[in-house]
Design a protein around this ligand. Structure first.
Ligand code: NAG
Ligand code: NAG
Ligand code: NAG
Ligand code: NAG
Ligand code: NAG
Ligand code: NAG
Ligand code: NAG
Length: 380
């Protein structure tokens, strides 16, 4: 009993010591941050920071740090240059600042409220798969900006999403796809752009390389960049708008439940059809492999890349991740795909975005999509 009490007292003492150390640290911090070297005057904070940042009620010394870079040189009161060295605290402050700035860019851009996390009136939708003219579709969606760009008019979107569609010889599908996707995406209140990436040479179709090209070219088309990328086959149309076209914390396989595949998942690691990755995820895995010519394998290769970088695939409920597939002829499978797959984990760094080569023919803005046309050479 007495022994238990002593242990308890010791713990309490330890706690007090830790608390004192923390207080002292914070106090030291305040003087450290308060040195004149930073030269942020009270008025700067009031006129610039307070107005534009929603965190003005944070303690002053945190504001000072938030509004400065963590490592940079600065001119002090007497004209001397000070270089602040990186420091655990700076790292923490940096992440805090990133968190804050994510919110503030949305607030600062427009004074509109942020869109609801789950937009209203989502649910099952139908697809019109009859052949149609692009002109006819274009007239239906005047609210879409040239290039196939859209952002919700009455609220600030939570997600900035580039839809990347590898393309060749499927002109009959283009109008059907755009006619379905625009209203579907608008309803989800996201900011998006549709990029049709076409292979303009006679080599075998290289879906993965086209998606890498789409990633690179779409990023050039957006000041500030897209944060989320959805790689989308043109023959798949989503049938439930609760299937949100956004990027969660882990890569998401979206087209889990396809009518032609009897609404069942063929195997656990499948990542083809429609899939979503964040900017960070996609760059960390070095994008797709550039080496898959002909049908198949490139999505399984991506699965291996993700596994190597410790990502895992997420999916919506099968009743939400529903798609219908448009009719077309089957493509010839790539006989080399199994051999290539065995090499992925060894070649990840040497094959992908870092080694992407192509000749850009053009990037054209049509009303409902941006057309990226490129030559990719099988020999390179
Ligand atoms: C922070 O540093 C970056 C790169 O060094 C620079 O471009 C940017 O202007 C700096 N921002 C501020 C607020 O000083
Ligand atoms: C400190 O900043 C204020 C406001 O930007 C400026 O007027 C003043 O000259 C600066 N002082 C020094 C010593 O750089
Ligand atoms: C400038 O001021 C800093 C303190 O703010 C001081 O440490 C430094 O010695 C001064 N340098 C000169 C050249 O006066
Ligand atoms: C489907 O598209 C065709 C145009 O090819 C149009 O005439 C028809 O009205 C559409 N059907 C529905 C249900 O919207
Ligand atoms: C935006 O607001 C206007 C005016 O209130 C309304 O007419 C319009 O339908 C709204 N648009 C959307 C997409 O909610
Ligand atoms: C390449 O693009 C040009 C211009 O659009 C087109 O005329 C040509 O047929 C295309 N070639 C191939 C093989 O796709
Ligand atoms: C999927 O959704 C359906 C309908 O909303 C529900 O009945 C079912 O339990 C869900 N399944 C899972 C695994 O969450």
């Amino acid at each position: 009993m007495g022994c238990g009490r002593r242990a308890w007292m010791l713990k309490l003492l330890l706690l007090v010591v830790v608390a004192l150390a923390a207080v002292e640290y914070l106090f030291g911090l305040r003087t450290y941050l308060g040195t004149p070297a930073f030269n942020i005057t009270q008025s700067t904070i009031e006129t610039d920071v307070r107005k534009s940042q929603p965190w003005f009620n944070l303690p002053l010394f945190i504001q000072n740090t938030l509004s400065q870079n963590s490592t940079q040189s600065m001119t002090g009161q007497n004209g001397t240059e000070y270089v602040r060295t990186p420091h655990l605290l700076n790292k923490i402050m940096e992440s805090l600042r990133n968190l804050v700035s994510e919110d503030t860019t949305q607030v600062n851009e427009q004074s509109m409220p942020v869109c609801d996390e789950v937009p209203p009136d989502l649910g099952p939708v139908t697809a019109n798969k009859t052949e149609m003219e692009l002109d006819w579709v274009e007239k239906k969606y005047p609210e879409v900006d040239s290039g196939g760009f859209y952002s919700p008019p009455n609220c600030t979107a939570r997600h900035k999403v580039a839809i990347i569609v590898p393309f060749r010889d499927r002109h009959q599908h283009l109008a059907i796809f755009l006619n379905h996707m625009h209203p579907f995406l608008m309803k989800q209140q996201i900011e998006y752009g549709i990029f049709i990436v076409e292979q303009n040479d006679t080599s075998a179709f290289n879906r993965a390389k086209l998606m890498n090209i789409g990633f690179v070219e779409s990023q050039k088309k957006k000041p500030g960049g897209w944060q989320c990328f959805i790689f989308h086959d043109i023959d798949l149309l989503p049938l439930d708008s609760r299937n949100l076209y956004s990027c969660p914390e882990q890569p998401r396989h979206m087209s889990a439940s396809i009518d032609k595949l009897k609404f069942t998942l063929p195997y656990d690691g499948i990542f083809g059809g429609v899939s979503a990755m964040t900017l960070e995820q996609f760059t960390k895995v070095n994008g797709f492999s550039n080496r898959y010519w002909g049908w198949g394998g490139e999505d399984d290769d991506m699965f291996h890349r993700m596994k190597k970088m410790h990502y895992h695939i997420t999916r919506y409920n099968m009743s939400i991740a529903v798609y219908t597939m448009l009719d077309h002829e089957e493509s010839a499978p790539n006989p080399k795909r199994f051999k290539l797959l065995l090499e992925t984990s060894k070649t990840l760094e040497k094959d992908g975005l870092s080694t992407l080569k192509y000749d850009l023919v053009h990037v054209e803005q049509h009303h409902l999509y941006t057309h990226v046309l490129a030559n990719i050479d099988e020999r390179s």
